[in-house]
Design a protein around this ligand. Structure first.
Ligand SMILES: [Zn+2]
Length: 130
Protein backbone atom coordinates (compact mmCIF):
# COMPACT_ATOMS: atom_id res chain seq x y z
CA UNK A 1 0.00 0.00 0.00
CA UNK A 2 1.36 3.39 -0.98
CA UNK A 3 0.13 6.60 0.59
CA UNK A 4 1.23 9.96 -0.70
CA UNK A 5 2.15 12.05 2.32
CA UNK A 6 2.37 15.74 2.83
CA UNK A 7 5.06 16.64 5.33
CA UNK A 8 2.61 18.51 7.55
CA UNK A 9 0.91 15.20 8.14
CA UNK A 10 4.05 13.37 9.15
CA UNK A 11 3.45 13.47 12.90
CA UNK A 12 -0.06 12.18 12.54
CA UNK A 13 1.06 9.50 10.18
CA UNK A 14 3.84 8.61 12.58
CA UNK A 15 1.36 8.00 15.34
CA UNK A 16 -0.92 5.94 13.17
CA UNK A 17 2.00 3.87 11.95
CA UNK A 18 3.20 3.48 15.51
CA UNK A 19 -0.24 2.31 16.57
CA UNK A 20 -0.38 -0.40 13.93
CA UNK A 21 3.27 -1.38 14.25
CA UNK A 22 2.98 -1.78 18.01
CA UNK A 23 -0.24 -3.62 17.33
CA UNK A 24 1.49 -5.97 14.99
CA UNK A 25 3.98 -6.69 17.74
CA UNK A 26 1.19 -8.43 19.59
CA UNK A 27 0.75 -4.94 20.83
CA UNK A 28 1.20 -2.68 23.73
CA UNK A 29 0.80 -4.60 26.98
CA UNK A 30 1.80 -7.92 25.57
CA UNK A 31 4.80 -6.40 23.79
CA UNK A 32 5.92 -4.39 26.82
CA UNK A 33 5.55 -7.50 28.92
CA UNK A 34 7.71 -9.51 26.55
CA UNK A 35 10.52 -6.95 26.60
CA UNK A 36 10.36 -6.95 30.40
CA UNK A 37 8.99 -3.48 30.98
CA UNK A 38 5.67 -4.59 32.34
CA UNK A 39 4.87 -7.27 34.86
CA UNK A 40 1.69 -8.29 33.11
CA UNK A 41 0.26 -8.08 29.61
CA UNK A 42 -3.18 -7.09 30.84
CA UNK A 43 -4.77 -3.83 29.80
CA UNK A 44 -4.03 -1.01 32.23
CA UNK A 45 -6.93 1.08 31.07
CA UNK A 46 -9.86 -1.09 32.05
CA UNK A 47 -10.63 -3.96 34.43
CA UNK A 48 -11.79 -6.54 31.90
CA UNK A 49 -8.58 -8.49 32.47
CA UNK A 50 -8.10 -8.68 28.71
CA UNK A 51 -4.68 -8.51 27.12
CA UNK A 52 -3.74 -5.06 25.93
CA UNK A 53 -3.74 -5.68 22.20
CA UNK A 54 -4.51 -3.34 19.35
CA UNK A 55 -7.79 -5.07 18.67
CA UNK A 56 -8.75 -4.83 22.33
CA UNK A 57 -7.97 -1.11 22.18
CA UNK A 58 -9.75 -0.59 18.91
CA UNK A 59 -12.82 -2.73 19.47
CA UNK A 60 -13.38 -3.60 23.10
CA UNK A 61 -11.61 -1.54 25.74
CA UNK A 62 -14.21 0.53 27.63
CA UNK A 63 -11.56 3.17 28.34
CA UNK A 64 -11.75 4.43 24.77
CA UNK A 65 -15.53 4.25 24.35
CA UNK A 66 -15.84 7.96 23.75
CA UNK A 67 -13.11 8.05 21.08
CA UNK A 68 -14.52 4.88 19.56
CA UNK A 69 -17.96 6.48 19.24
CA UNK A 70 -16.46 9.29 17.14
CA UNK A 71 -14.57 6.75 15.07
CA UNK A 72 -17.55 4.48 14.47
CA UNK A 73 -19.61 7.49 13.40
CA UNK A 74 -17.26 7.66 10.41
CA UNK A 75 -16.15 4.08 9.86
CA UNK A 76 -19.36 2.24 10.68
CA UNK A 77 -19.46 -0.61 13.16
CA UNK A 78 -16.88 -2.78 11.44
CA UNK A 79 -13.65 -2.09 13.33
CA UNK A 80 -11.61 -4.96 11.94
CA UNK A 81 -8.17 -3.85 10.84
CA UNK A 82 -8.84 -4.24 7.10
CA UNK A 83 -12.04 -2.19 7.41
CA UNK A 84 -10.24 0.52 9.34
CA UNK A 85 -7.42 0.66 6.81
CA UNK A 86 -10.00 0.85 4.01
CA UNK A 87 -11.63 3.78 5.77
CA UNK A 88 -8.29 5.53 6.16
CA UNK A 89 -7.32 5.36 2.53
CA UNK A 90 -10.89 5.85 1.31
CA UNK A 91 -11.41 9.50 2.23
CA UNK A 92 -9.93 12.46 4.07
CA UNK A 93 -12.68 12.25 6.67
CA UNK A 94 -11.90 8.59 7.22
CA UNK A 95 -8.19 9.31 7.48
CA UNK A 96 -8.76 12.06 10.02
CA UNK A 97 -11.13 9.96 12.11
CA UNK A 98 -8.75 7.02 12.34
CA UNK A 99 -5.61 9.08 12.86
CA UNK A 100 -7.16 11.16 15.63
CA UNK A 101 -8.32 7.99 17.38
CA UNK A 102 -4.81 6.51 17.16
CA UNK A 103 -3.18 9.76 18.18
CA UNK A 104 -5.37 10.17 21.22
CA UNK A 105 -4.92 6.58 22.33
CA UNK A 106 -1.15 6.57 21.78
CA UNK A 107 -0.72 9.80 23.76
CA UNK A 108 -2.89 8.53 26.60
CA UNK A 109 -1.05 5.21 26.67
CA UNK A 110 2.36 6.86 26.67
CA UNK A 111 1.25 9.18 29.43
CA UNK A 112 -0.06 6.27 31.50
CA UNK A 113 3.15 4.33 30.91
CA UNK A 114 5.30 7.26 32.09
CA UNK A 115 3.07 7.54 35.15
CA UNK A 116 3.52 3.84 35.95
CA UNK A 117 7.28 4.14 35.52
CA UNK A 118 7.38 7.15 37.81
CA UNK A 119 5.33 5.34 40.45
CA UNK A 120 7.49 2.22 40.34
CA UNK A 121 10.69 4.33 40.56
CA UNK A 122 9.26 6.06 43.61
CA UNK A 123 8.42 2.71 45.14
CA UNK A 124 11.91 1.31 44.59
CA UNK A 125 13.44 4.48 46.07
CA UNK A 126 11.27 4.06 49.12
CA UNK A 127 12.41 0.47 49.43
CA UNK A 128 16.06 1.55 49.33
CA UNK A 129 15.76 4.22 52.02
CA UNK A 130 14.01 1.90 54.43
ZN1 LIG B 1 -8.74 -2.34 28.15
Amino acid sequence: MFINLKSAHTDKVGNVVKFFVLSGHGCFGRYLCRIGREATSGCHHCDTGDEDTALHTLQECPAWAEQRRDLVAVTGLDLSLPAVVRTMVGSNTGWTAVSSFCEHVILAKEEAERERERTSRLRSRQRRTR
